[in-house]
Design a protein around this ligand. Structure first.
Ligand code: HEM
Length: 529
């Protein structure tokens, strides 16, 4: 039995052994399956009570938190993706995980029609349960800095809407994003050059190549959010250099957040070692953002033209919002969520390309046709025409969604799948699972980028089954930059190099994001033409 089979076996059987009551409850539910009948479409009075929603039973006092505790719990952080799949298999399309100490109940919904309903009814200030440790940092630890300008991440209600309204237009406008093709291409060319220098005698990338991808992501975000080349890709950084300190801070302020977020929140009650590191590193990011935004302000003051078309993203924000804190806090938020997401997505996309030679060849053919001379710089038209490239990325997101799920905290009582779900419950939309459900996606098991290119409706994909960037008023603020960065990296790399992988297959796991775990020792070979 492989390791993964063992884990699945363990999970499949533990509920039966530990929770016979739940098993009985389930068979009762199966007898009158609300999914099939669902007679209470939307009426709160007639809906089934919340207490009847199926799910693992919680233990008195300990609730369900013990399941997430290291060692004694059954579930490891890295198993969150499997857990989400097992819940669906065990309990059906709606599953309640209650009794989580210090947290509201989680409600997993595996039905894109219901997900669509929740998104569409979310109102003008959607509430996404996210990053409780960041909430504490912004609203308690550094209230002195954030005050009434908290940013968007971990912020809700009117303060969120006000801040998002200030920054949304410039950051999502194509006109702004287009200006970054050249700067991101510069960063990427440098990164590819570094990749060639890093190759070992087998032409393979080093064991910690994922760290290099993180540095590329840091360098890209520095260029977008701070108008600066941070220098993180430099090969010989001394431990006390600013770029090295930024790289180290990113590890604790971003990558290790999962430990704070998903395990028992001891940090809420006393300053644990990891919490103290988190706070120190967040403070360092504030320092860096303030420093570079002040410099950008200085440059803007002496700039001749303040016409929108001549300004960078940072300058546009500074020109409109004279308090430079708006730009600093936006930069901080973009850095916080724009590094791990994109770098883990890139790890996953490159791994898929390296292990799917035929599809990599198709991508190469597309790129060779569009860019016969690989030294010609990219432009909007070329990127627009990279249809297979974009379809490949979408397919990776459908099957291996980097963010395994999104969510909303209900702001009013709502009927979901015939049950009355009370206000305050955190509804989880498990994109990773819904993106591969037979009822909503044709041939879901087949990895087929072409499904995204077909114009005649040949392939069915429920529009709410695979939403890698979320949906609605709170949808990913950096999605246009994320797409741009991924497209530029793939276009530059695959146009000129072949990517292969000759080691043990890697397993996907959640270490904050969902990505292949292990050494990304890609073999990189220069193409002849
Ligand atoms: C492939 C990479 C990325 C993925 C898969 C991703 C996914 C997401 C998702 C699912 C959300 C929640 C949306 C919702 O609640 O409906 C989100 C929010 C957000 N993302 Fe991304 N993201 C990516 C890259 C980025 C990048 C590069 C940036 C910054 C440049 C960024 C900035 C943000 C911000 C600021 C929010 C919070 C928006 C708000 O709450 O108002 N993301 N992202």
């Amino acid at each position: 039995m492989t390791k993964i089979q063992k884990i699945i076996f363990k999970y499949e059987n533990i509920p039966r052994i530990l929770f016979p009551q739940v098993q009985r409850q389930r068979s009762h539910i199966a007898a009158a399956n609300p999914e099939d009948v669902c007679p209470y479409e939307g009426s709160l009075q007639d809906a089934r009570p919340y207490s009847e929603v199926p799910g693992p039973k919680s233990l008195p006092i300990l609730g369900n938190t013990w399941r997430l505790l290291p060692i004694i719990g059954q579930y490891e952080i890295s198993d969150v993706a499997k857990l989400s799949g097992l819940f669906y298999k065990e309990y059906g399309k709606i599953v309640k995980l209650s009794g989580l100490m210090g947290r509201p109940d989680l409600l997993f919904v595996y039905d894109p029609d219901e997900i669509e309903k929740v998104y569409r009814e979310e109102g003008p200030t959607p509430y996404r349960p996210s990053m409780p440790c960041l909430v504490k940092y912004k609203s308690v630890v550094r209230k002195d800095f954030f005050g009434d300008l908290p940013g968007v991440v971990g912020v809700h209600g009117e303060p969120w809407r006000e801040f998002r309204t200030k920054v949304q237009k410039p950051i999502l406008q194509l006109q702004t994003v287009k200006k970054y093709i050249e700067p991101i291409e510069d960063v990427t060319n440098y990164f590819i050059q570094r990749m060639l220098e890093m190759k070992d005698k087998n032409n393979e990338m080093p064991d910690d190549f994922d760290n290099e991808i993180h540095k590329w992501a840091l360098e890209c975000i520095g260029r977008v959010a701070l108008d600066v080349r941070l220098g993180c890709l430099h090969p010989h950084l001394s431990p006390n250099s600013e770029p090295q300190k930024i790289i180290d801070a990113a590890k604790y302020a971003l990558r290790n957040v999962a430990i704070l977020e998903l395990k028992f929140p001891f940090w809420r009650y006393f300053p644990t070692t990891i919490w103290t590191k988190y706070v120190n590193n967040m403070n360092y990011f504030i320092e860096i953002c303030t420093k570079y935004i002040d410099e950008a302000m200085g440059r803007l003051k002496v700039k001749e033209s303040h016409n929108e078309k001549d300004l960078s993203l940072v300058e546009r924000i500074l020109a409109k919002e004279p308090n430079p804190k708006t730009a600093s806090i936006l930069a901080l938020d973009l850095i916080l969520v724009g590094i791990d997401t994109i770098s883990m997505a890139v790890c996953s996309i490159l791994y898929q390309l390296a292990t799917r030679p035929e599809q990599q060849e198709k991508l190469y053919e597309e790129l060779k046709r569009l860019i016969p001379d690989p030294n010609v710089p990219l432009n909007v038209r070329l990127l627009d025409e990279m249809v297979f490239l974009k379809a490949f990325v979408k397919e990776v997101f459908r099957v291996y969604s980097t963010v395994i799920g999104n969510g909303r905290t209900l702001q009013k009582d709502t009927v979901i799948k015939g049950y009355k779900i009370p206000k305050g419950v955190q509804v989880v939309f498990p994109t990773l699972i819904t993106g591969s459900m037979e009822e909503y996606v044709s041939n879901p098991k087949e990895f087929m980028p072409e499904r995204w290119m077909s114009k005649n409706g040949e392939y069915r994909i429920h529009p709410f089954a695979s939403l890698p960037y979320g949906y609605g008023a709170r949808m990913c603020l950096g999605r246009r930059f994320a797409d741009l960065e991924i497209q530029i990296l793939l276009a530059k790399l695959i146009r000129s190099y072949k990517l292969e992988y000759f080691h043990q297959p890697l397993e996907y796991k959640v270490t904050f994001m969902y990505a292949p775990e292990g050494e990304l020792k890609f073999r990189v070979t220069k193409r002849e033409d």
